[in-house]
Design a protein around this ligand. Structure first.
Ligand code: FES
Length: 325
């Protein structure tokens, strides 16, 4: 394949990124594979902050995966991928990688970074949601941060457990069942020092349970952070209305239909490429209302400003949003 053809085949979400070589493939559990990439010439890789992810191309698609290693002067990037047999094929493609394969990846992107002035970082992970937390825990260990982790996993199916134990010591609480987790969560949410930030990653329903409980106990929204896995994991979402300021149109966005699809259905063209919340192409300006951000493109800071949203995956927290469209 010529260089020009290779360039044409690049997924938009990895344009301007790197071509790396697979240097290690190691089963972490029966269903989770840990894959390491390095520069083929052995060069250093761009540094990244804890909680960053990498978009990896597979065929014509691309998926985002949390980086589990240290972002300080890295010579390799590591991701851990759960095999999803009924998914879009990304995880199966990752599980098919072998040492020596070349992959196109984005530069690391941060949307789940530790908050610098937090008094404590309360990390809560379920299943493969451990991956960004590992990077947070590593960062805390390297830089003397104050962090604790509650890790929920099925007996025998926990990934990176030994690493988490080594990084966190007594600040790690492992839960193998729902009842135990509920007890631990209730205790953790009511006993944190002032200024603690909470970070949660796992299945949607798990994250929603944790966040709802924290909110009901008075945790300010600005101290709650969550990391979704990507569009494939999203639920259908609640219906909402958008009003389009420039054309004066009002539009209903039903549950199960993305804002991008709703706009396309009425003939509104919005540039888009990945339709997974990772490339940033479908960005829209929000004039009023609070988006429910579900993308991996905007930073936490950009999300908190609520002036931009990725319409391929994000929805609305308010009944109505007004867009500059
Ligand atoms: S199309 Fe890529 S972020 Fe929406």
């Amino acid at each position: 394949m010529t260089a020009a053809a290779l360039q044409l085949d690049l997924h938009p979400a990895v344009e301007g990124g790197l071509q790396l070589e697979v240097t290690d493939v190691r089963p972490e559990t029966e269903d989770i594979l840990c894959i390491t990439f390095e520069d083929p010439l052995g060069g250093p890789l761009p540094p990244f902050v804890a909680g960053s992810h990498l978009v990896v191309q597979y065929g014509k698609g691309a998926n985002a995966y949390s980086l589990t290693g240290s972002g300080d002067a890295p010579s390799q990037y590591s991701i851990s991928v759960l095999r999803c047999d009924g998914g879009a094929g990304g995880s199966l493609a990752m599980h098919g990688l072998a040492v020596g394969d070349r992959v196109n990846v984005s530069r690391p992107r941060s949307s789940f970074a530790p908050v610098a002035n937090a008094a404590h970082h309360l990390l809560i992970a379920a299943g493969i949601g451990i991956t960004p937390m590992l990077s947070h825990a590593r960062y805390a260990a390297e830089w003397g941060g104050d962090a604790s982790l509650i890790y929920v996993y099925r007996p025998g199916a926990g990934a990176h457990v030994a690493e988490a134990r080594q990084l966190l010591g007594e600040n790690l609480t492992e839960c193998n069942g729902r009842v135990r987790f509920q007890e631990v969560l209730a205790e953790a949410l009511t006993s944190q020092k002032l200024g603690t930030h909470l970070y949660v990653c796992g299945p949607d329903s798990f994250m929603e349970t944790v966040l709802a409980q924290a909110r009901s106990l008075g945790w300010p929204k600005a101290r709650l952070h969550s990391e979704a896995f990507g569009a494939a994991e999203f639920d259908a979402g609640d219906p909402f209305t958008v009003s389009l300021a420039r054309s004066g149109m009002k539009l209903e966005v039903p549950s199960g239909v993305s804002l991008l699809e709703a706009l396309e259905n009425v003939g509104k063209t919005v540039p888009n490429m990945c339709r997974k919340g990772i490339c940033g192409e479908c960005s829209l300006t929000v004039l009023r209302g609070k988006p429910l951000h579900r993308d991996l493109y905007l930073t936490d800071q950009e999300k908190s400003e609520n002036t931009t949203m990725m319409c391929c995956v994000s929805r609305s927290e308010d009944q109505e949003l007004e867009l500059d469209l």
